[in-house]
Design a protein around this ligand. Structure first.
Ligand code: BGC
Length: 734
């Protein structure tokens, strides 16, 4: 916990008094795409930020989205947050954060615009790959160590996008209508933990409106919840172009306005604010408060003050960073299906193996929007397979399906155009998007026919065939959502044909969000790999060849079709204007369980090359005036003959709730590494916050006395042990 930090009041006030209004205003808005202005007279440096979640982004010209084009900004490419979340490994989250923070500092940054922790409400959201999970608890548990890891390096994390930024289409104007209970139980907890448990030094105000008011001008969100209730004393930075009104943004605790244009003096918190102050419409004290928050953060980051000589200098592209990335990538791979022990494939005596599908050789680091980076390298699955197998095995590759080129798709510079209203309207036009998809499909069919035939031919010739397909950053992308969950480029047809030619084909999906897998019953083995960073290819090859035993678990539900999801059921596609979160708290598995819908693969699912046995559930509960403590333990045995790791998931349900609640909710988890035959005891503790729901009238979380069911399982549907615990008193907490 980082809450006992020095607040530097004396130092901050001393500096504030010396600053002129012009100087103060220059500190609260962008003076470059990724920096504010320095006040050299007082040795206050510019605040330098950079995207993003998967590594430190390349340098741009100060005011233009034109890459600087230097060769010194290649960096370590980290696993996306979806990949990290699939590891269910808090230590890895810390180490990944540490790499990101150390590289940000090494590149001279003060703020790294990460992590993205929005809840995955719809599988169609273009930025799902940047986010962790549909579940607030899993998100929280990984966010906290990730931020701690970043901030160890005297760099501020900037947790984004606060709050409820659940779609990309119309992201600048969409009004997300969320009831109070849902907001508190689903969309805010990870942010609250980022503030109160991890002590994040900065936070990014989202583009969207929340219940009628833009997030960066939303006093209920920023003042009442963030400042007054959570006690936040860090800075709030706007998303790039998320400020719309001078007076409102000035009067809300939103400290730094950033945007995508180079007319920096015209930003709402620049000259327009100065004029508003002169006209007496806004008090200068609003500016002072913002500057206080910025200066306090600067002291804490050792950018200024007595400790500045001790500020960490960071570094980038170290072998240690790459080794952390490899570990995270290897633990992120999820084995969805493995009939007849199809996997692993033994490399011994393997003469010829086929890799079919463009994602076998495609590079993903350079796409996705602001999360793009200039990776020092990226090992593709094909390269991973070749480097691991060496020269005695022939690794044959064929693309399998056709992807239209950027020119064929009419691509432009998205970030420059990201505030363009016409483009937004286009993205929200369902008919137009469908038409575009159909055109792409027709083109893929036409140009892909020969590739399909070649794929079938190769699949027939080889004993071992791996199909590597999925999505790429044309789909998992900032700025617009997908129009459906269908695999693009006619892949379904190709997969069916390849499976028919060789029923032993292993299917690998590389993607950032769920896709429909209509062929999944025919495939014997399916691996899922979120964008997992520069070592993806090595990690995948090691899993396929059995050097690594997969231990990833799904951080989200994979529905059979989009229509099965709450947003699908609401008929939501790229909604514009006003979007009501009608499903309320029933997001992800909470929805599937309530309506007894069978997903393709459930939340928490992930197989291993070994089998784990759970037994001997023990529970010890005690109640104090202020809190509850339930100590839970059970033993897990690795009953197979290879070492492996299992994530035990602990779900809680109330037996007879007096308000409607999800059938069960994840409240803790534990990842355990076991040698073959080894047995260990896993311990987990639950506190009162594992039993509450948000009581809107009391404006607090409330625990009702009663019986609660504790379930421990290998996934949300594979529950192995259950027990009951009784709570006798009523508790409240914030
Ligand atoms: C994104 C942010 C990003 C910013 C700066 C915006 O478009 O929403 O996540 O940090 O651009 O590139």
């Amino acid at each position: 916990m980082n809450t006992q930090r020095k607040d530097y009041t004396v130092e901050v006030e001393a500096l504030l008094q010396q600053l002129t209004l012009d100087e103060k205003i220059s500190m609260i808005h962008g003076a470059g795409l990724f920096r504010t202005e320095a006040v050299e007279r007082l040795s206050i440096p510019a605040l330098k930020s950079s995207d993003g979640p998967m590594g430190v982004r390349n340098e741009f010209e100060n005011g233009k989205w034109i890459p600087a084009g230097t060769t010194d900004d290649f960096v370590t490419y980290l696993p996306s947050n979806s990949a990290l979340a699939s590891t269910w490994n808090r230590d890895l989250a810390y180490w990944a954060g540490n790499v990101l923070g150390e590289e940000a500092r090494g590149r001279g940054k003060d703020v790294i615009l990460a992590p993205g922790i929005n809840i995955k409400r719809s599988p169609l959201c273009g930025r799902n790959f940047e986010y962790m999970s549909e579940d607030p608890k899993l998100t929280e548990e990984l966010t906290v160590p990730l931020i701690e890891g970043i901030q160890e390096n005297d760099v501020a994390a900037c947790v984004k996008h606060f709050a409820a930024n659940a779609q990309e289409t119309d992201r600048l104007m969409v009004d997300t209508i969320i009831d109070e209970r849902t907001l508190r139980e689903i969309y805010l907890p990870a942010f609250q933990a980022a503030v109160q448990k991890a002590g994040t030094l900065s936070l990014m105000g989202a583009y969207n409106k929340l219940n009628g008011i833009h997030c960066c001008e939303n006093r209920n969100l920023l003042q009442t919840i963030l400042k007054d209730e959570w006690g936040y004393d860090g800075t709030v930075i706007s998303d790039w172009g998320a400020v719309h009104k001078t007076k409102e943004a000035a009067e809300a605790p939103m400290d730094v306005e950033m945007s995508v244009f180079d007319n920096f003096d015209d930003y709402k918190l620049a000259n327009p604010l100065k004029e508003a102050i002169k006209a007496g419409e806004v008090s200068e004290e609003c500016v002072n408060d913002k500057v206080r928050n910025i200066l306090r953060m600067m002291f804490r980051l050792k950018m200024i003050g007595e400790e500045s000589e001790n500020r960490k200098s960071g570094t980038y592209n170290t072998p240690e960073h790459r080794s952390t990335v490899y570990k995270a990538a290897a633990e992120s791979v999820i084995l969805l299906k493995n009939e007849e022990n199809r996997l692993p494939i033994s490399p011994k005596g393997l003469k010829k193996i086929a890799l079919i599908g463009r994602n076998a050789e495609m590079i993903h680091s350079n796409g996705g929007g602001s999360a793009e980076i200039k990776a020092l390298y990226e090992i593709s699955p094909l390269m991973g397979m070749k480097t691991r197998l060496g020269g005695n095995t022939q690794v044959k590759y064929t693309p399998g399906y056709f992807i239209p080129s950027k020119e064929e798709q009419g691509e432009e510079n998205w970030q420059q155009d990201s505030l363009d209203v016409d483009k937004m309207l286009e993205a929200g036009d369902r008919e137009l998007q469908k038409k575009k998809e159909e055109e792409k499909l027709a083109l893929s069919r036409k140009k892909g026919q020969q590739l399909l035939e070649e794929a079938v031919q190769l699949a027939k010739e080889c004993d071992e065939v791996i199909f590597v397909g999925g999505l790429n950053h044309d789909y998992d992308v900032e700025g617009h959502d997908r129009s459906d969950m269908v695999l693009p480029y006619n892949q379904n047809e190709v997969i069916e044909a390849v499976l028919e030619a060789n029923p032993n084909t292993v299917i690998v999906m590389v993607a950032g969000s769920a896709v429909e897998m209509p062929w999944r019953d025919k495939a014997k083995a399916i691996l899922w790999c979120y964008y997992a960073g520069m070592e993806t290819g090595h990690a995948l090859a090691d899993v396929i060849l059995g050097k690594v035993n997969p231990s990833g678990k799904l951080p989200e539900t994979f529905p059979v079709t989009y229509a099965d999801t709450p947003t699908g059921e609401n008929g939501e596609f790229a909604l514009m204007g006003r979007v009501e979160f009608k499903e309320g708290i029933f997001v992800g598995y909470r929805y599937f369980e309530k309506y007894q819908k069978k997903p393709a693969y459930c939340f928490g699912h992930g197989l291993s090359y070994t089998a784990f046995e759970y037994e001997d559930l023990q529970m010890l509960s005690s109640e104090e005036e202020e809190d509850i403590s339930v100590k839970i333990s059970c033993s897990v045995t690795n009953a197979g003959d290879v070492a492996g790791a299992e994530t035990l998931q602990l779900y809680v349900s109330e037996k007879m709730p007096c308000v409607e609640k999800p059938l069960k909710e994840l409240k803790n988890f534990r990842k355990i590494f076991l040698e073959a035959g080894e047995k260990q005891t896993a311990e987990m503790v639950l506190r009162k916050d594992a039993f509450g729901y948000y009581d809107v009238d009391k404006k607090a979380f409330r625990v009702n006395p009663g019986t609660y069911i504790i379930s421990i399982g290998a996934s949300a549907q594979d529950i192995r042990l259950t027990g009951e615990v009784t709570i006798t008193k009523e508790y409240f907490y914030q």
